[in-house]
Unconditional design. Structure first.
Length: 356
């Protein structure tokens, strides 16, 4: 039994071997190649393993990722040239009051409930009309102005000031001892106009910054200017005296001498006289007072030829209590009709009326 079984197995193996050989011969005859099977894949793997030089180059392993390098700080500037600092932003400038350059409010004072302001045309154009703003202060330097704007206004619509001219206008109302003023509007003869900006700034600064000592110092400087009024190139004034010549009156007569030192005949002269008592205090000359308590004018026609001298009298001119005088030539009118007005007369009056 065993022998038979073995014989059958051998026969089966023989048949399988023959079948395998026959399949290989058919493939060779056709010249084609059957697709690779798992066994063919194993054969290729063996060839690759036995011939490593014939295979693709092995992959190069990737280098590990490196962390990002930190930012390199900027190197400090080692050059010799200094670095310009950044300019700070320019702050916005506060509003600023700018006065007129052609018309000046020189100074001011209060007399007989009127506010007087000395005005001068310092420009090169005639001025027809102007407006001023002014503030008044008491003897302690505190404002006495009650207007809601903080200042009063005054206008001279027919000023007609030529270059170099001065004027001493007044406006009703004045309470105090000192005045501060500025020009706020100007109309020129050529039709152009100027108007001040930020007048409220001027008012605030003037009110907070007023100092009576500064006012007194300015008045002292004004006296130096006013003293020039005593010099006139066309005439000289002398021998100004008071004489009691009327037995029926206590008033005194005024005598004075004028010399014509110019080239033209003088038709008319006007003097300005200020009166003081024996203690040097002002004497009232009301109702003739002009600009101040003790000041008034005198004079008239003299018809004085060039080089000649004349003596003149004004009867009952001064109060009997007057013992001292300050006198100056106010104006001259020449024979040809031209006129000379003392350019320093107002400074002289302002600076000299309070005491002898």
């Amino acid at each position: 039994m065993k022998k038979r079984t073995i014989a059958i197995l051998l026969t089966a193996l023989l048949l399988l071997s023959l079948a395998a050989c026959g399949g290989s011969g058919d493939g060779a005859k056709d010249g084609t190649k059957e697709p690779s099977t798992q066994g063919g894949q194993d054969q290729g793997d063996k060839e690759n393993a036995s011939n490593p030089g014939d295979t693709d180059e092995p992959e190069v392993p990737k280098e590990p990722d490196t962390p990002d390098e930190p930012d390199t700080p900027e190197e400090p500037n080692t050059s010799d040239e200094p670095q310009e600092p950044e300019e700070p932003p320019i702050p916005e400038e506060p509003p600023e009051f700018q006065p007129n350059e052609d018309l000046t409010a020189v100074t001011g004072f209060i007399y007989d409930n009127h506010t007087y302001i000395l005005i001068e045309n310092t420009g090169d154009k005639p001025i027809l009309d102007y407006v001023v703003a002014y503030m008044t202060f008491d003897k302690n330097g505190f404002s006495t102005t009650t207007d809601s704007d903080g200042y009063e206004r005054g206008r001279d619509e027919a000023a007609n000031l030529m270059p170099g001219d001065k004027a001493l206008p007044s406006w009703y109302g004045g309470n105090g001892s000192y005045v501060a003023a500025t020009v706020t509007y100007v109309k020129y003869a050529d039709g152009t106009e100027w108007e001040a900006q930020y007048l409220d700034v001027w008012a605030a600064e003037t009110k907070s910054g007023f100092n009576k000592d500064d006012y007194a110092a300015a008045l002292s400087s004004l006296k130096e200017v006013g003293d020039q009024a005593l010099t006139c190139e066309y005439a000289s004034l002398s021998n100004v005296t008071l004489v009691h010549g009327n037995q029926f009156s206590t008033d005194l007569d005024l005598h004075f001498t004028v010399e014509n030192t110019g080239d033209q005949g003088i038709a008319k002269i006007i003097l300005f006289i200020m009166e003081f008592d024996e203690n040097g205090f002002p004497v009232s000359v009301s109702p003739y007072d002009t600009y101040c308590l003790n000041g008034h004018s005198t004079g008239g026609s003299i018809n004085l030829a060039s080089g000649r001298t004349g003596t003149y009298t004004d009867d009952l001119f001064a109060d009997g209590s007057t013992t001292n005088l300050k006198s100056v030539i106010y104006s001259l009118t020449f024979q040809d009709g031209s006129e000379w007005i003392n350019p320093y007369i107002y400074e002289y009056i302002i600076a000299n009326n309070s005491a002898y």
